[in-house]
Design a protein. Structure first.
Length: 305
């Protein structure tokens, strides 16, 4: 009996080390679901640096031909963007918590309390957690948090994935587009700021003894500009990275949903398909060619592929 027991244990350990999908007798990890969980878990960190749609809106208005006066309240568009930021930041946190929970269940450790701590740490209690214009997305974020918070068995991996699928899809549909809009908006801010710096039309002017006096940029002005430009560039990169991570997770989760529905979660082909989906989504996200630039009044054609 002891030899038989050691033999079974050795078989289970070997399967885990080899990352092979195990049978229910060994209770091993389901590699494709573990992989998607790890990708989702990474989104939690992205919530610390994105999105900043409200700030992007203020920067765009500041560089516009008719900037908002400092004596007037914030524009409705920017106020709305700050509210949307809170929603989509919450979406990133919940997807990250979902990824952690999914990974735990896929490793065979799912139980009633699995996911409850992860959901609690997001600060999102369930449906109705926020008043937002994007009601479908807000509800999906709340529902996904509620699924993790539920005091119900979470040892059925296929069911857990299929129950989460509609909420994940709704979040993915809106979150990726929002991050992409902010990444492109920040790139536009970079270009417009540099254009105004080099045009020399933005000057400080005043009147002394009824005479108009204008001053050029000082070293301090250039220092402030350099710092601001650097911060915008960092924000643009952060938003682009967050967008690409979301695209990779959403593509991978779609493959996982299909496998859960068809009973092929444990297939090697499923794992390979998930990896390919992540590569493809990240490679195609936000890679539109740069527009042609103008040099000395003439257009330079965009480089050919």
């Amino acid at each position: 009996m002891a030899r038989s027991f050691r033999s079974i244990n050795a078989s289970c350990v070997f399967g885990l080390v080899a990352s092979v999908v195990m049978s229910s007798g060994c209770g091993g990890a389901v590699a494709p679901a573990v992989a998607v969980g790890k990708v989702g878990e990474n989104l939690h960190g992205r919530a610390q640096v994105a999105p900043h749609g409200g700030e992007v809106c203020l920067l765009q208005e500041a560089l516009s031909d008719k900037p908002q006066s400092g004596e007037r309240p914030m524009s409705d568009a920017c106020a709305k963007a700050f509210k949307s930021d809170r929603l989509w930041r919450g979406a990133l946190l919940v997807l990250g918590a979902y990824g952690e929970t999914l990974e735990t269940i896929a490793e065979g450790d799912g139980e009633e309390t699995t996911g409850q701590l992860e959901a609690a740490l997001t600060g999102i209690s369930g449906p109705g957690w926020i008043q937002a214009e994007e009601t479908a997305a807000a509800d999906a974020v709340g529902q996904l948090a509620a699924q993790m918070s539920a005091n119900a068995p979470k040892d059925k991996l296929e069911k857990f994935i299929q129950d989460a699928a509609p909420h994940v899809k709704t979040i993915c549909d809106g979150l990726g587009a929002y991050l992409d809009a902010q990444a492109k908006g920040l790139t536009d801010v970079e270009k417009e700021a540099e254009k105004k710096r080099t045009s020399k039309t933005d000057r400080r002017c005043g009147s002394i003894d009824n005479k108009s006096v204008c001053v050029s940029d000082s070293a301090l002005d250039r220092l402030v500009y350099g710092n601001a430009y650097g911060q915008v560039a960092i924000m643009a990169a952060n938003h682009a990275d967050a967008r690409d991570d979301v695209a990779g997770f959403c593509a991978a989760h779609k493959k996982l949903e299909e496998a859960a529905a068809s009973g092929t979660l444990g297939k090697d082909e499923t794992y390979a398909g998930i990896v390919d989906a992540i590569k493809s989504a990240r490679g195609s996200s936000g890679n539109a060619p740069e527009p042609a630039k103008k040099t000395d009044g003439a257009e330079t054609p965009a480089p050919k592929k």
